[in-house]
Write a protein that binds this ligand. Structure first.
Ligand SMILES: [Zn+2]
Length: 873
């Protein structure tokens, strides 16, 4: 699954303490018939499960939730017995009890039941397109297949599925497998679609979509690929189809196992809670992340769509063909798909430099992992709420970054052979973390099975302090590891007991042979020798290690003078992250970071600049006081002036897509943080022109221009944007206008916008995004927080409760002790069970931010005052 938001389940009736199914039987095949009724919002279900009984028993336990059982029987050894049905709502289980004991061996369960087509975006649910046409679709991961059919709803119970759908004639039915037959009936105006027997798979990967969908078709390596959407969107299918074709061929080659599921359907849905879901052979997407106008879409969105298609397709091997044994190893799915997805995208569009985005992503994951309330990659979870909370930045981002480090450590070819062997060994089955690293250790001959547990089973990440000394023409480098924590006091006390086996790569500056030297750091402190004496030492050469490097101040200053020539763009990004990490714990002053930023004034790499710009925004938002804010703005303007001169305000013929995006980002920070009058005037003019024209927009720049114009926008401008949003021609346009509306700072307009979030104008899946976006802007924080508290009962119910966890996480953007208290009090009284860790993380982030502000704020003010003197000379 690909997350947009942290999924969560808050309705207390669904929580309970779902335990594991007893090992009494295993499913072999499910034969399922679904007859959805769009008028009554229900469906009729008929189910035959072929099972293997493992030991003599008179009961079989299945998972089921919101299922109305009409009849149930079990047939064994030629005898059919009616079963007594006992539901346990809290555990989401049902026990079928028969009189005569079932002997080990084959048996079949037969169930007739009714289920709900709910509006909670999970299980089997109803959605609507813009014209109000209904469709029904499934979303089962992690524990919602049980809402559609009684099942052994745990990932290790793999089985084959024979699915039949009885639908209205005008509706198409799609499922995991190809269509076997499509015949009229049984009733007038209906048709019955039978699908072929599926591959052996876990229940959470079963999928059905029923509605008036249309598709564009293609193929790659003989595999049919179709892109589906609701009516009238076929012209938005091209980009996804081209990317999917390219990726199919890439993966077939990379894995050496041909795509195992006969056909691939990808469908964009107007109502969808996550980003996308990797159901076997039928991947479901949030519509805006699949169906785009190739000509006008922002390049960032194209990159995102390509990445998400690539991620979901990687799951066909990692997740669908080979599945984790239990949810504690969800990283084997999500970490792998996240690690894998940039590879085919980089091969398809090298000009996008997605390989540098992976460095930025690693730094983001280091941020989560720097909290005391982080968790190990491998983490026990039993209840649905605990399982949902595992779909976080650790399972996706950290796991991917650790795999990236591992690939660099053993070499890409060795890694690939290991992966191939692991997939081959466990095809159509399940695997654990140990299975994975045992295979890789064997294939590579390196101690992967000793390195990986230190990163997978231990929470947090290492900070590697570097000291280097030139001695007799060679450099002696001393490396010392300790756990990194944002908490300044804890970090500096250095009492952490953790020890990692860290693959470290070193590089020296200014020497002839500037290759990297890689070692395994296994002790708390170790000395490594480099053959010559350079003028600086870099501790994460190649930027592939998942650790933070701590430098001596003099070393950073020397590196800073050599940034462009001495470091690759990836290393520059990592250095920015490392220096910032040292600032956070008071190891280096904030002003060292600003000096580093000044060294990047002529930087042209978009990802490097973007990393720095985000930090400058953060400093402007949180660390400046109202007195020094104007001075900081001037400094930012001066810093960005060379970039604006180079890029200009308007696109230039033949310019690269990277420059186009960089312009947008630089202008956004120059206007938003630097308050540059020229940039703000440009944004207003651009916005007026764009709103007056009826034509499509260049969305790469539109987002920036609109958000800057909205900052001082009045109600007339607000109304014009609302009108435009109502007429949006593509899903992306809708969100570009939505983003503009979320950027208004006039309190009256913020109130209007918050109220609109809960009105029928906004789909329920988007409401929480509006509230959290507004919470994130300085003018909106308090207003959005008050609004959320007043409307909590309504908000918490959205999307079956997904909204609650996202809002808990959104409060992490607060930065004062008082706000921290409010958050603690409110969520103490209004519990969100699937955001327990999320709440602790938010509180910790608020505390850290407030500490950083009190520590670095005065230094920043002094530095700015000193600078202004120099500027005036
Ligand atoms: Zn995923």
């Amino acid at each position: 699954m690909r997350q947009l938001v942290l999924l969560c389940v808050v309705l207390s009736s669904f929580l309970g303490f779902a335990q594991r199914l007893p090992e009494l039987a295993r499913p072999v095949n499910y034969n399922l018939t679904f007859a959805p009724d769009f008028e009554k919002n229900i469906f009729a279900g008929q189910e035959t499960i072929s099972i293997r009984v493992l030991k003599p028993t008179s009961e079989i336990v299945l998972n089921a939730a919101e299922i109305d059982f009409l009849s149930a029987s079990i047939m064994s050894a030629g005898i059919a017995q009616q079963a007594k049905v006992t539901l346990d709502k809290d555990k989401q289980m049902v026990t079928l009890v028969v009189e005569k004991t079932l002997a080990p061996g084959s048996a079949t369960i037969q169930v007739h039941y009714n289920g709900l087509l709910n509006d909670e975006l999970r299980g089997f649910y109803l959605g609507k397109d813009e014209q109000g046409r209904k469709y029904a679709v499934t979303q089962f991961e992690a524990t919602d297949a049980r809402r559609a059919f009684p099942s052994f709803d745990e990932p290790a119970y793999k089985a084959t599925f024979d699915i039949t759908v009885i639908a209205e004639r005008k509706h198409v039915a799609i499922s995991n497998a190809r269509v076997l037959s499509d015949k009229p009936g049984p009733a007038e105006g209906q048709h019955t679609v039978k699908f072929a027997t599926s591959a052996k798979m876990s229940s959470y990967l079963v999928a059905i979509a029923v509605g008036e969908f249309e598709a564009v078709e293609g193929e790659a390596d003989g595999i049919p690929i179709r892109i589906w959407g609701t009516p009238g969107k076929k012209q938005l299918d091209g980009f996804a189809l081209e990317s999917a074709k390219f990726f199919m061929h890439y993966y077939n080659h990379y894995f050496g196992i041909k795509y195992p599921f006969e056909k691939l359907d990808l469908i964009g849905l107007p109502d969808f809670s996550a980003g996308a879901m990797e159901n076997t052979g039928l991947i479901t997407f949030r519509e805006a992340l699949l169906l785009i106008d190739d000509k006008h879409a922002s390049i960032a969105l194209k990159r995102e769509v390509a990445d998400i298609v690539s991620h979901e397709m990687a799951h066909m091997w990692f997740g669908d063909l080979v599945t984790m044994q239990w949810w504690d190893d969800i990283w084997l799915n999500e970490g792998f798909a996240t690690w894998m997805s940039p590879k085919p995208v980089a091969a398809w569009k090298p000009e996008w430099h997605v390989e540098l985005e992976t460095v930025r992503d690693a730094i983001t994951s280091q941020g989560v992992d720097s909290l005391q309330n982080t968790r190990p990659i491998q983490q026990a979870a039993e209840t649905p709420a605990q399982i949902q909370e595992l779909f976080d930045g650790i399972a996706y981002g950290k796991a991917a970054a650790v795999l990236r480090m591992l690939e660099a450590y053993i070499g890409p070819e060795s890694f690939r052979s290991g992966v191939k062997q692991y997939l081959k060994q466990h095809s159509y089955g399940n695997a654990t973390a140990r299975d994975f690293w045992t295979t890789l250790a064997k294939v590579s001959g390196k101690p992967v099975d000793r390195v990986m547990p230190t990163f997978v089973q231990q929470a947090g990440l290492p900070f590697v302090a570097v000291r280097s000394e030139c001695n007799g023409g060679a450099t002696q480098v001393t490396l010392r590891q300790q756990r990194y924590l944002f908490d300044r006091e804890l970090f500096n006390r250095d009492e952490s007991k953790e020890l990692w086996r860290v693959p470290v790569c070193l590089k020296e500056g200014g020497t002839a042979g500037s290759g990297k030297t890689c070692r395994l750091l296994t002790e708390k402190e170790a000395r490594f020798d480099l053959p010559s004496c350079g003028n600086w030492t870099l501790a994460n050469a190649g930027a592939e290690g998942f650790y933070r490097s701590g430098y001596e101040a003099a070393n950073v200053r020397t590196i800073a003078e050599d940034l462009e020539k001495g470091l690759t763009p990836a290393e520059r990004i990592m250095l920015l992250g490392d220096v910032w990490a040292s600032v956070r714990v008071g190891r280096q002053p904030l002003t060292d970071y600003l000096a580093l930023a000044e060294g990047l004034q002529n930087e042209t790499s978009r990802p490097v600049m973007s990393e720095m710009l985000s930090q400058l925004e953060y400093i402007g938002h949180y660390l400046t006081s109202s007195q020094d804010q104007p001075q900081y703005a001037i400094w930012v303007r001066q810093l960005l002036a060379p970039s604006i001169r180079r890029l200009g305000f308007e696109p230039r013929p033949g310019e690269s897509e990277e420059d186009k995006q960089l312009r947008s980002r630089v202008l956004q920070v120059a206007g938003g943080t630097g308050l540059d009058p020229e940039v703000l005037a440009w944004a207003r003019k651009w916005t007026d022109r764009a709103l007056a024209s009826g034509g499509p927009l260049d969305n790469t720049i539109a987002e920036t221009a609109f958000s800057l114009a909205a900052r001082d926008g009045d109600s007339a401008l607000y109304d014009r944007v609302v009108e435009k949003q109502k007429q949006a021609k593509t899903p992306e346009d809708f969100y570009v206008y939505l983003g503009a509306l979320n950027s208004f700072t006039d309190p009256k307009l913020i109130e209007r916008n918050l109220n609109r979030a809960l009105s029928p104008d906004i789909r329920s899946q988007d409401a929480v995004g509006v509230i959290s976006d507004i919470m994130d802007i300085p003018a909106g924080g308090e207003l959005a927080w008050d609004f959320m508290k007043i409307h909590w009962d309504e908000v918490a119910k959205i999307s079956g409760g997904f909204a609650g966890a996202e809002l808990v996480n959104a409060t992490s953007t607060f930065c004062s002790a008082e706000q921290g208290e409010q958050v603690r009090d409110f969520f103490g009284a209004h519990k969100v069970p699937s955001a327990e860790r999320g709440l602790q993380q938010s509180l910790e982030r608020i505390q850290n931010c407030s500490d950083l502000k009190s520590q670095q704020g005065p230094r920043l003010a002094q530095w700015l005052t000193d600078r202004e003197v120099r500027v005036g000379q």
